[in-house]
Design a protein around this ligand. Structure first.
Ligand SMILES: Cc1cc2nc3c(=O)[nH]c(=O)nc-3n(C[C@H](O)[C@H](O)[C@H](O)COP(=O)(O)OP(=O)(O)OC[C@H]3O[C@@H](n4cnc5c(N)ncnc54)[C@H](O)[C@@H]3O)c2cc1C
Length: 422
């Protein structure tokens, strides 16, 4: 299987070039090697020795692909060159992400896996020179890992004002106490960016100005990982529940200014949502290709699946989902790139529509593949879970729908209304 990418007429030639360069890597280095790269998922190993050998082979293969990505000038494309990235602009990134997402898991091979990529972006914008040297450069080089610790079990993640984890000044240190969960990558992280409630004496950052992001090295005394929360029936994951108990870190670890935490988080999530959606489009594209391939070749009841109208309905409906999700996301990316005033409405719209469309397409692809569809031999079951999570993470559907409706109503209240071009 290969991703079929040709230049898009009228698109900036530099973006087309990035698209083709990415597709070349995906087609030559990743797709043909998927079995080795992600070997442990197939469950064929009969012994621990076999598992160890395969794990070593996959790690070596991953390092070799990363080196090729680096040579091709596409490593950490979201970061400026001075910090080890490829320095691509927003629109190039959006077009690139859909292509590399075709190969499930490729984001880690391009240095853009969450939450490291979002943390790096925030460090570039808000970090001091010392923070960049200590955390950003090794993070970009892939030498260390990180987590973003915002959501709490006792308070609604959909309502950032409810966060209770507290940081209190004690001389030139912060003392942090709180309870977080779903901190992704928590098992491997060398540091966390922790969203804390602080006292903002200036009131400069408004009603949400009680939030501050603080960098906490994971080996600091009092950082207690309770568990990797089991999800989707798996015993454990790297989405961690963490207790921060009298954790002392220097005030120099404050990321941005005191009270700026909410603003920084919004910035991270805003652009991040476009990338999540382009990523979903790429995966949908793969699921679509897999579905069509199976429909063209699978014999049932003396004929091919492709000739059954139920299956033709799946193909047509998936085509509509894929095209609409893709065009909406590109439209939102163009609005972000162009600094459009209504960009938040566009971002919320894709954050609702795309994960649901992704979910539907993968669901149909699984159906067409029958039992194989839910096996680990295909990437579909992994995609299915990713699509479901995406309807919650970075703001559940309901919160985004409320925002869309409020923005639309405000435009009408202001006498502007909505126009057909936007
Ligand atoms: C796999 C995974 C990875 C994650 N990774 C991270 C991470 O790295 N770091 C991190 O900090 N967090 C992470 N999260 C947490 C995620 O961001 C939160 O789960 C999400 O923000 C929702 O918060 P909550 O779970 O507290 O749900 P709640 O806020 O309790 O909301 C529950 C439900 O209530 C409904 N709801 C909420 N508000 C409204 C409303 N106004 N009107 C109507 N209905 C409403 C929605 O249906 C929502 O799903 C992750 C979550 C998952 C599942």
């Amino acid at each position: 299987m290969a991703i079929n990418v040709t230049p898009i007429a009228g698109l900036d030639p530099a973006i087309n070039e990035v698209r083709l360069r990415t597709a070349e890597l995906v087609n030559t280095e990743i797709l043909p090697n998927e079995d080795v790269l992600w070997r442990t998922r197939r469950g064929e190993e009969r012994s621990q020795d076999e598992r160890d050998v395969n794990r070593r082979r996959s790690l070596e293969m991953r390092e070799s692909v990363k080196a090729k990505v680096f040579e091709a000038g596409l490593w950490a494309p979201h970061l400026p060159r001075e910090y080890g990235g490829a320095g691509l602009d927003f629109l190039s990134l959006a077009y690139m992400y859909e292509i590399l997402a075709y190969a499930v898991g490729a984001s880690s091979l391009f240095g853009i896996a969450a939450p490291n990529s979002g943390n790096a972006t925030i460090l570039v914008k808000y970090g001091t020179e010392e923070q960049k040297r200590r955390w950003l450069l090794p993070l970009t080089a892939g030498e260390i890992e990180s987590g973003f610790s915002m959501t709490e079990p006792e308070n609604a993640g959909s309502d950032p004002r409810s966060i209770r984890t507290e940081a209190v000044r004690d001389g030139d240190h912060w003392v942090i106490n709180g309870h977080k969960w779903f901190t992704s990558n928590g098992v491997d992280a060398n540091f966390f960016i922790v969203m804390c409630r602080t006292n903002d004496p200036t009131g400069e950052f408004g009603p949400l100005g009680q939030m501050t992001q603080i960098i906490v090295p994971s080996d600091t005394a009092g950082v207690n990982i309770v568990r990797g929360i089991g999800i989707f029936g798996r015993e454990r994951s790297d989405h961690c529940e963490i207790l921060y108990e009298n954790v002392r870190v220097p005030v120099a670890n404050t990321l941005g200014r005191v009270g700026q935490g909410h603003e920084a988080a919004q910035e991270r999530l805003g652009a991040g949502r476009v990338f999540h959606c382009m990523n979903a489009v790429g995966q949908m594209w793969r699921a679509f290709d897999l579905m069509v391939e199976r429909a063209r070749t699978r014999q049932v009841h003396g004929g091919l699946l492709r000739d059954q109208q139920f299956i033709q309905g799946f193909i047509a409906e998936s085509y509509l989902d894929l095209q609409s999700a893709r065009l909406m996301t590109i439209n939102a990316a163009q609005k972000v790139a162009g600094g459009d005033a209504d960009v938040r409405t566009a971002i919320s719209a894709i954050k609702v529509f795309v994960p649901a469309a992704f979910h539907r397409v993968v669901d149909r692809a699984i159906q067409v593949w029958g039992g194989a569809g839910v096996s680990n031999d295909l990437p579909l079951s992994q995609m299915y879970q990713a699509a479901r999570v995406l309807r919650l993470a970075d703001g559940p559907d309901e919160v985004h729908k409320i925002l869309i409706a409020k923005n639309v109503l405000r435009r009408f209240d202001d006498g502007v209304g909505w126009n057909f071009g936007s």
